[in-house]
Design a protein around this ligand. Sequence first.
Ligand code: ADP
Ligand code: ADP
Length: 229
Amino acid sequence: QPAIRIDNLVKRYAGQQGEEGKLALKGVSFDVPQGGVFGLLGPNGAGKSTLINILSGLVNKTGGSASVWGFDIDSHTRNAKRSIGIVPQEIVFDPFFTPYEVLENQAGFYGIPKADRRSEELLEAVRLSDKRDAYARTLSGGMKRRLLIAKAMVHSPPILVLDEPTAGVDVELRRQLWELVNDLNARGVTIVLTTHYLEEAEQLCDRIAIINHGELIANKPTRELVEMA
Ligand code: ADP
Ligand code: ADP
C-alpha cells in the first residue's frame, strides 16, 4: 500500500463575476511509496500547494480521489488528516509562546493525554532543547523552521509533508534542514517535499514527480530522471 495515492485529482478554483476559475490541477495521478523521500517539483504556480492543501483538507478538490495511509480523504477524513504532518511555508505559532508551549498546545489540540506527549523528545530531535523556555519570537529563522517541523510531528504521523522547506533560507540553514529531513526519514517517516529547486530535489529525494500547469509531466526515481536531463 502506498503512503499516498492520488488518482485523477482535479481542482478548479472559484472564478469571479461569472469568469471561469483557474484550473490548478488537471487530473493528476501518482503514488508516493512508503518510507522514502518524495519530491514534488515544479515552478511557481504549477499546483504544488493546491495538491498539498487538498491532502491536508484546507482546499476542497473538484474531482478525482486521494487517500493517505490507506484512508480516503472524503470518507475517512479524520484518519487521513491524522496520518499526515504538514510543515507550512509561513511561521504559524504565537511569538509569545515558548517552543515547549507551542508543542504542548498542539498536543492539546489533538487531544493527546499529558502522559503520552513527547514535547521534550521532539525538541531534542530538532535540536531546540536549550530553547525550551525562550519566547518563540527570540528564535532565529532556522530555529523557527525547526520548531515548525517539531509541531508537525506532535501527533506522530507516519508521513511528513514540507511545503518549500528551504525557500528563502541561506546555505547553512538549508544544509541543517536537509540533515533534519534525512534524520526523520532514517527513523521511518515517509517524507514528501515540494520545491522549485531541482538541485534540492536531486540531493534529498529518491523519487521525483514534476508538475507543470497542473499536469504531471514526470514521475521517476531520481537517478533515472537525472540521467535523462
Ligand atoms: P475560493 O474562491 O476557491 O474559495 P479563496 O476563498 O481562497 O478561494 O480565495 C478567494 C479569491 O481570491 C479567489 O477566487 C481568487 O480570485 C483569489 N486568490 C486567493 N488566493 C490566490 C492565489 N494564490 N492565486 C490567485 N488568486 C488567489
Ligand atoms: P505552486 O504551489 O506550485 O506555486 P499553487 O498550487 O499555489 O502552485 O497554484 C496553482 C495555480 O492556482 C496558480 O495559477 C495560482 O494562481 C492558482 N491559485 C492558487 N490558489 C488559488 C485560490 N485560492 N484561488 C484562485 N486561484 C488560486
